[in-house]
Design a protein around this ligand. Structure first.
Ligand code: GLA
Length: 406
């Protein structure tokens, strides 16, 4: 009884700014089908890559066997196009029986047997973005169905809900129904992105009260240009976005495309480094069955993941621009920092600054380390000029971790 009283107090102390499901205390990590596998439903022509239970089972196997689960990646998330084209006789959603012969419940059991969690997708409005049945008229029933199946995370999209003004009501209704199921289901909302697109002012306090993570900006595509445009958006909006992030609540700049077709190894390091600094969900959308080791190593970099997953849950921001190099910092526990020097130019460059210039104030100085290349820099005072060598871009990054010297 005391234990539950303490739990209640803890839950209560999340305050008004959090969904009361106790989830996403740090940015969620896992895998999400969309960017890589899209709405490929042709299992006859492309059995290996179509949206089917086999795809999710194979990704779960890779997460476990190739070290991703040990590194923290735990959600296996279905996106659009999993449903049958109609609801059943009781109005319930169900999975396309040919592509998901075990049903979502069967798939959830498999995922859980691996010690992983299952995420699913729906939309506010009558149809998903690809035209499959969605939850608009059935929020309560669908919340219950997802909970019965053992779903652990829900992404609720909304492109077919033409009146974006209704989202302020609809998403919180779904939050209420999810909470009422009693099953902790991490809630990923696309609502702010649609309001932004429609020019409707976004009430981030309300968003954070109702969602664990939320999309702010357009879909990521498999290109460096796309990654860059997202980073630019976050830099531009940081004064709005940083204050709403924290344990239980994170801005979502969309999936990691590391290991797909377009990013160079350097650019892949840049995406990983920046998503960690932004306290972004780390949801990979790639083919873990064929990814090459140099990309896998980036996704498994423990020091970078530690900055992303720090318990304080602080979202980092750009604190200085030096020519074409943006300098981003994220405070982690106590007086420690993750820093990214992000080179948008095409040549390698040296940035000469004092740690004080980027907000470090511990009087005895810091010990710093290059965590992408595992090089120690040793002790650095806050008032001495230091040369930071940043690799060539676009997308060259130096990422360091600095902790206060004793
Ligand atoms: C929208 C979302 C994407 C993806 C697709 C699926 O575009 O933003 O992340 O879920 O729909 O159709």
């Amino acid at each position: 009884m005391w234990a539950s009283a303490v739990l209640l107090v803890l839950l209560g102390s999340f305050g008004a700014n959090a969904l009361d499901n106790g989830l996403a205390r740090t940015p969620p990590m896992g895998w999400l089908a969309w960017e890589r596998f899209r709405c490929n439903v042709n299992c006859t022509a492309d059995p290996k890559n179509c949206v089917s239970e086999k795809l999710f089972m194979e990704m779960a196997d890779r997460l476990v066997e190739d070290g991703y689960k040990d590194a923290g990646y735990e959600y296996v998330n279905i996106d659009d196009c999993w449903m049958a084209k109609q609801r059943d006789a009781n109005n319930k959603l169900y999975a396309d029986p040919e592509r998901f012969p075990s049903g979502i419940k069967g798939l959830a059991d498999y995922i859980h047997s691996k010690g992983l969690k299952l995420g699913i997708y729906t939309a506010y409005g009558n149809f998903t973005c690809q035209g499959y049945p969605a939850s608009g008229m059935h929020l309560e029933l669908d919340a219950q169905t997802f909970a019965e199946w053992g779903v652990d995370m829900l992404k609720m999209d909304g492109c077919k809900q033409m009146d974006r003004h209704t989202m302020k009501k609809g998403y919180p209704q779904m939050t209420k129904y999810l909470n009422a199921t009693g099953r902790p289901i991490l809630f990923s909302c696309s609502w702010p992105d649609y309001e932004r697109g429609a020019g409707i002012p976004i009430n981030y306090t309300l968003v954070a009260e109702n969602c664990n993570i939320w999309r702010n900006y357009v879909d990521i595509q498999d290109s460096w240009q796309s990654v860059l445009s997202i980073i630019d958006y976050y830099a531009k909006e940081q004064d709005t976005l940083v204050p709403v992030a924290g344990p239980g609540n994170f801005n979502d700049p969309d999936m990691l495309i590391i290991g797909d077709f377009s990013l160079s190894v350097e650019q892949a390091k840049a995406q990983m480094a920046m998503w960690a600094i932004l306290a972004a969900p780390l949801l990979m959308s790639n083919d873990l069955r064929t990814i090459t080791p140099e990309y896998r190593d980036i996704l498994l970099n423990k020091d970078v993941i530690a900055i992303s997953q720090d318990n304080a849950g602080i979202m980092g921001k750009r604190v200085l621009q030096s020519g074409l190099v943006g300098i981003w910092t994220k405070q982690v526990q106590y007086e420690s920092w993750g820093v990214v020097f992000f080179n948008n130019g095409t040549t390698a460059t040296t940035v000469t600054i004092k740690l004080k210039d980027i907000g470090f104030s511990y009087i005895l100085g810091y010990d710093c380390r290059d965590i992408l290349n595992n090089v120690e820099f040793g002790h650095i005072g806050i008032d001495t000029f230091n040369d930071w060598n940043v690799p060539s871009g676009p997308g060259g990054v130096l990422m360091i971790y600095c902790y206060d010297s004793e």
